[in-house]
Ligand binder design. Sequence first.
Ligand code: GLC
Length: 421
Amino acid sequence: MRDLDTTSSPDDQARAILTGNDRGGYTVPTAGLYPYQWNWDSAFAALGFATFDIDRAWAEVETLFTGQWKNGMVPHILFHKPDPGYFPGPDVWGCHGPIPSSGISQPPVAATFIRHIFDADPDRGRARLEALFPKLTAWHQWFMNWRSDEGAICITHPWEAGRDNAPDWDGAMAAITPDGVGEYQRRDLGHVDAAMRPTKEDYDRYIWLVQRGRRLGWNEAKLAEARPFMVADPTMTFVLMRANTDLLAMAKAIGQPTDEIEAWAHTLTQGAASLWNADIGAFDSRNVLTGVRTGTVSNASFLCWYAGLEASEALPAFDRIAAAAPFGVPSYDPAAANFDSRRYWRGPSWPMLNMAIAWGLSEQGYTDRAEALRASTADLLTRHGFYEYFDPTDGHPAGGSNFTWTAAIWLAWASPNAGDA
Ligand code: GLC
């Protein structure tokens, strides 16, 4: 994409990023580094488009659901058009969905943002919601069938959490011996500094897990046998819990049955409670294969409020970390010995998760904290531009630039002109 005109207003710049990353019915997260449609990025994009083009917002999520598999799964990447600049591409995944795709999913933020788009103009959105509703429900059902550990929602690959190299997975990843993974060429390092990306040790295991999935035909029943990796994750659990509440509200709005969705809500509430770790005063992850708690305080820990929990017991940890890292919510506790302020999900703050955390804080009545987070995120974006992530200790921008979801959350939340979330 062309360089942005930095003399235009940040709102204009953000809209230009969304339209510039539009590939015709779907957006890419950023040109070059991520040339396809990513699941949760796309849902955030829809939220951003909704601030100036509701039809385009609906189209974004409708395109996402064209990739839905027969079993209800909505893939984390849809490879609409081949792009040799990306690895691992469709040939490595070897999937069988309606559109070439990856074989795993991503945090299901879609129902939440679809509700937001629907509420902006219910008359205009009703038919579109009616068409999407069964698809959303089938996807939520897939999570409950294949990813639930008594309501704590699990990932079967680190990429499924959307927090690729978070310390939460270190223990479970170390237990994998990536034998036979073979030679491959990463493409991310041609776009971004290696010091900001996952290491080779991580990458070998990511690819090894993909190769296993492919060998088993991405058949969930077979994949569930002797799993080498399964971690109950606060991102998935809290995001699905919230999405399910929004699905329920939409079911009521368009006169659909609610029993099943209510039953899931009950299970998810129990699962969320099981992620509370009193030893660290925060919600963390759990290696399902060993029962070991990860003891990791991350930005996903603070999605508890977004999930709808009152969770005042998590506020002290949030306040401690906010004091240590003034530029957004770090993806890992700055007090941890292996905190890495610029390496992806091992330290940096991510503006789109700042938004979700602030929505939750605000909804639970912790409005001062929500507003402080909005103001610090807005400050970062106006000062540096719409980057993928930021060093939470000094605000240095990192990763890709002109990033879709960063622009989207500016328009929907961080901008002084954003409507009420
Ligand atoms: C990285 C992020 C993931 C995101 C993708 C595209 O893999 O970890 O959350 O969806 O990039 O932006």
